[in-house]
Design a protein around this ligand. Structure first.
Ligand SMILES: C=C(O[C@@H]1C=C(C(=O)O)C=C[C@H]1O)C(=O)O
Length: 388
């Protein structure tokens, strides 16, 4: 099967997305995969990575695309799912191509439900702060869900287009999930990429909502940069990522301080880490399976933080806070952290948003952070944050 380097631009490639396809796109680079020559699913992501590498080798299909769920622990019931597609379109642009305006005709939900309620989330934050000390955890990540019901089929293509229009520098993604749901989102965070022996990762942790007023917005970013609580929340993630990558890399370049970055909805602290791979037989998916879940979405230590989240969150995370991306036959690939997303079924959709909890976390501030994070998806659906 040929990989077509289509003459289309990344934006045009993104616009070709139809429900059922796989999309992984910024305004500069897009990958659209259609059809399925094979679907590989496994509860164990490391074994799945080996199966995928063997299938790519055997079949001559150039790459595989898909998603790993949040919970890849020993008791998980949610499999990683990779597809060897029938057709792949890839597009690149030297400069950001002009971004199309978003589409405006989107249906309004007929019912909305928060899981848990706003007060329930604040109570969860208080419970998590207490549990951190009692259980010897440095950080947990607490999420909440927002269920929206519609009285007609959800136009996933329009939501994806709006996500791409609104977040041109970040990865807009769409992936089919077992059981027929679709995962859609736009994330700033790269779990990791591998190109030859270069490894790159951009852990994000530490967040502050954007503000409409420019001066208030800058002040919000500066508050984040100088917040000891957020610097600690971020440092925990960087330490973990460095330890997880060290066995695979002969050189790691880790900036001493995080940088302040933003999405249209939120400010973040981010550290861009580069490494040089020792063994090129270790694929991007092997590395993703080894890194995931980082403390950015799970907390640390991993097993204790995950257990606490399962106790407190009244829903299964599914593929939210998992990872989505592609790996090719040479082992190169890109895997993004599946946040700022929703799982879409025919007429209902579940959005997710969470945030890191450390000893100094404040329940109201944490709640507001999740409101801001829901903003990415809500904006793409033409809804304002009052629904959140
Ligand atoms: C968990 C989410 O985001 C993660 C948590 C962050 C934080 O706690 O500051 C920042 C970026 C993401 O790694 C989410 O968006 O739902």
């Amino acid at each position: 099967m040929p990989t077509r380097t289509a003459p289309a631009s990344p934006v045009e490639t993104t616009l070709r997305y139809r429900r059922g396809d796989f999309l992984f796109a910024t305004a500069r680079r897009a990958l659209l995969a259609q059809g399925a020559a094979a679907i590989l699913a496994d509860l164990d992501p490391r074994r799945l990575a080996r199966t995928v590498a063997a299938e790519l080798d055997r079949s001559g299909v150039p790459l595989a695309v898909g998603a790993l769920p949040f919970d890849t622990g020993p008791d998980t019931t949610v499999p990683g799912r990779l597809v060897l597609p029938r057709t792949v379109h890839r597009a690149q642009a030297e400069a950001e191509t002009p971004v199309l305006p978003p589409v405006e005709e989107l249906p309004a939900p007929v019912a909305t439900r928060r899981l848990p309620s706003a007060e329930g989330h604040r109570a969860n934050v208080r419970a998590a702060v207490a549990a951190l000390g009692e259980r010897g955890l440095r950080k947990a990540v607490l999420a909440r869900a927002l269920d929206l019901e519609f009285d007609a089929p959800i136009p996933v293509e329009r939501i994806v287009r709006n996500l791409a229009c609104g977040n041109p520098r970040h990865h807009t993604y769409a992936a089919e999930l077992p059981g027929g749901a679709t995962l859609v989102g736009a994330t700033p965070e790269l779990l990791l990429s591998r190109a030859g022996d270069s490894v790159f990762t951009t852990p994000h942790a530490g967040s502050m909502p954007r503000a409409a007023d420019p001066a208030a917005d800058r002040a919000s970013g500066e508050r984040l940069r100088s917040s000891a609580k957020d610097q600690e929340e971020h440092a925990v993630v960087v330490e973990y990522v460095v330890e997880a990558l060290r066995p695979f890399c002969r050189k790691l370049d880790v900036p001493g301080e995080p940088e302040l970055v933003s999405t249209p909805a939120i400010w973040h602290l981010r550290t861009a880490i580069t490494g040089e791979l020792v063994d090129r037989s270790v694929t991007a998916l092997d590395l993703a399976a080894a890194l995931h879940p980082t403390p950015a979405t799970c907390g640390t230590p991993t097993a204790g933080a995950r257990a606490l989240e399962k106790e407190l969150e009244p829903f299964d995370r599914g593929y939210y806070a998992g990872t989505v991306g592609w790996v090719d036959a040479a082992g190169d690939g890109e895997w993004a952290v599946a946040v700022r997303c929703a799982q879409v079924t025919q007429q209902s959709l579940r959005l997710y948003a969470g945030g890191g909890i450390v000893a100094a976390s404040d329940p109201e501030v944490e709640y507001q952070e999740t409101v801001a994070k829901f903003g990415t998806l809500l904006a793409a659906m033409g809804l304002d944050d009052r629904s959140a």
